[in-house]
Design a protein. Structure first.
Length: 382
């Protein structure tokens, strides 16, 4: 299976030698043109037309009313949590199976992550496991409309579900649970630009959502993030504190609260605008690749991670499930030795040293994925 898979991947990427990357950026539009225009304008920092254009085109594409561009997805998540009402010492329910930025951003907001399991079909936060954890571990105080963790005594303030590898989680059910307990929902849609659940873009179900434009994402600005929301006041607050909380004035420097220098640069946004112009092409290409992969792995009786029901996934990173950790490690060793970049899923957040003291539910599904899941090359095929 190892040799056959490596040869197949090289064939579909038309790359008989050299390294086949996991996910490479592609620049085939107006990136250089817009960058040159940006440089000529001298507006290369966070003030400039491309930042506004990038926010506008993203809001229109996702269906959100407002978009606020930041320097990366981690800062976008931190600020989204802060402006939505998460305060220092609060707890935030999220999943252990995610990239470290999810948990880092919660701590950057001075809150504490609590880890819940994922669904087998979505790889995203499980509504059933979420509801079960809340029922067994918290008390809802009706007078204050606050959910309190029975063990820690902390207020549970928010939920951060992740649309893992671009596959939408069952976000509508998660929002329904959140509304029952007066919880904030901030969607980590960092990996899912261009993914839809029940014909609605990921990141637009909760109070806020965030996107990422890291170099390995479906589109890239080199590094960048975006907060999306339908709440005008939350968008205003997010833009204000990510721009050092500077009060607008023609010449005075007045700042009315502790702010952050988190706004995306005009240079990066110029690339983002050009990339957005190609987004539909990129996603269709990636969906075609996923279809080819699925047919190939079905013939080998290997489970390919396909989009869940009611979903249209961007297939940011394709993944397969092998039989056990031994087979996983054997495939990882063989494929990387022969120049096809493959990677295991991330280490569980609950097992990293800085989060090992955080509360964690039964995460049997997450542990199963860690032992068996492998990401395979998912770049745009030229």
């Amino acid at each position: 299976m190892y040799k056959e898979t490596v040869e197949f991947i090289r064939k579909i990427y038309n790359q008989p030698d050299g390294v086949v990357p996991l996910h490479a950026p592609v620049f085939m539009g107006n990136e250089k043109k817009y960058l040159l225009d940006c440089i000529d304008s001298t507006f290369v920092s966070y003030v400039g037309k491309y930042v506004n254009q990038f926010e506008g085109i993203t809001a229109k594409y996702t269906g959100a009313k407002y978009a606020v561009a930041t320097v990366n997805g981690t800062t976008a998540l931190q600020i989204a949590l802060m402006v939505s009402g998460v305060e220092p010492g609060d707890e935030v329910l999220t999943q252990s199976l995610t990239f470290v930025a999810t948990a880092n951003a919660i701590r950057h907001a001075n809150a504490f992550p609590v880890f819940v399991d994922v669904d087998k079909d979505t790889l995203g936060l499980s509504p059933e496991k979420l509801n079960d954890w809340i029922f067994k571990n918290t008390t809802y105080q009706k007078q204050t409309r606050q959910l309190v963790n029975n063990q820690t005594g902390r207020a549970v303030k928010a939920i951060v579900p992740v649309h893992t590898f671009g596959h939408p989680c069952r976000i509508d059910e998660i929002v329904e649970i959140a509304q029952k307990y007066n919880l904030i929902v901030v969607e980590d849609a960092a990996e899912s630009l261009g993914s839809f659940y029940k014909n609605q873009h990921t990141g637009t179900f909760g109070n806020l959502g965030i996107l990422s434009y890291n170099g390995n994402k479906t589109i890239t600005t080199g590094g960048g993030g975006m907060i999306i929301t339908d709440d005008k006041e939350l968008a205003r607050k997010a833009k204000h504190i990510t721009t050092t909380a500077k009060v607008p004035h023609s010449w005075e420097f007045v700042h009315d609260e502790i702010g952050y220098n988190y706004r995306l640069t005009n240079l990066s946004a110029a690339i983002g605008v050009a990339q957005m112009e190609q987004l539909d092409l990129y996603i269709q290409n990636k969906r075609d690749t996923a279809s080819v992969y699925k047919t190939f792995f079905d013939n080998l009786n290997i489970q390919f991670i396909a989009e869940p029901g009611n979903s249209k996934s961007n297939y940011w990173l394709n993944a397969i499930l092998l039989q056990d950790k031994k087979e996983r490690d054997g495939f990882l060793e063989y494929s990387n030795r022969y120049g096809v970049m493959t990677r295991p899923v991330w280490a569980l957040m609950s097992e990293l040293p800085m989060f090992s003291d955080c509360q964690c539910g039964n995460i049997e599904n997450s542990r199963s994925f860690v032992d068996r899941l492998v990401n395979i090359p998912s770049s745009f095929r030229k």
